[in-house]
Unconditional design. Structure first.
Length: 204
């Protein structure tokens, strides 16, 4: 019988959970992060006293509070980690061990909030490794991660892709283009929202 199980019946949104080896995948429903962790312990047969961490399977972003959990889309794939388990990109046996922090949240005055944003943002190594496995995922990244990639130093992460500097340079360039397009789209959206609310736009 396949390790993949049917969706557990219950209230809440549907999610997919997977263990750190990606060998066990389950479909569940949960209405909160606390409930999801409880169900994950049971469905993945985790020790009751183990400290569980939930991350996005795609890029390793940590889901550590109910507010962030509530923003996740239906059927989001989540990896369940416990003990010393670490997220690694699909097809990679190498866990990201170094972190590059880019301070682009100076407008956030609260230090605690700044640390929270940095913690949720996946390390540059994790992003590079994930995109090396499937470059198409670049279209799914948010502005923060695109900026992180567009500002990276290819030489500093060359070992993640076996020294493939050409890939890293192309990734850096593509990230810059996607970031510019995303910002342009956001600007257009702001204009539409202004028009919809009855605001006036100055004409040249």
């Amino acid at each position: 019988m396949s390790e993949t199980a049917g969706i557990s019946q219950g209230l809440g949104n549907p999610y997919k959970i997977v263990d750190h080896t990606r060998e066990k995948r389950k479909g569940i429903t949960a209405s909160s992060l606390k409930e999801l962790i409880s169900i994950a312990r049971n469905r993945l047969s985790l020790p009751l006293d183990a400290e569980v961490t939930i991350v996005l399977e795609q890029d390793g972003t940590e889901v550590d509070d109910e507010e962030y959990f509530a923003t996740l889309e239906r059927n989001t794939s989540l990896m369940v980690l416990y003990g010393n388990q670490k997220w690694v990109a699909a097809g990679s046996n190498k866990a990201a061990s170094r972190y590059i922090v880019v301070d682009d949240v100076d407008n956030i005055e609260c230090g605690q909030r700044r640390d929270e944003v940095r913690r949720r943002r996946p390390p540059i190594e994790a992003l590079v490794s994930s995109l090396h496995g499937d470059p198409s995922h670049i279209s799914l990244l948010d502005g923060h991660n695109l900026e992180l990639l567009s500002d990276m130093d290819p030489d500093s992460v060359a070992d993640i892709v076996s020294g493939n500097i050409i890939f890293l340079e192309q990734l850096k360039e593509a990230s810059g283009r996607f970031l510019a397009e995303k910002r342009q789209a956001q600007g257009s959206l702001d204009v539409l929202q202004m028009c919809a609310s009855g605001g006036e736009i100055e004409r040249a």
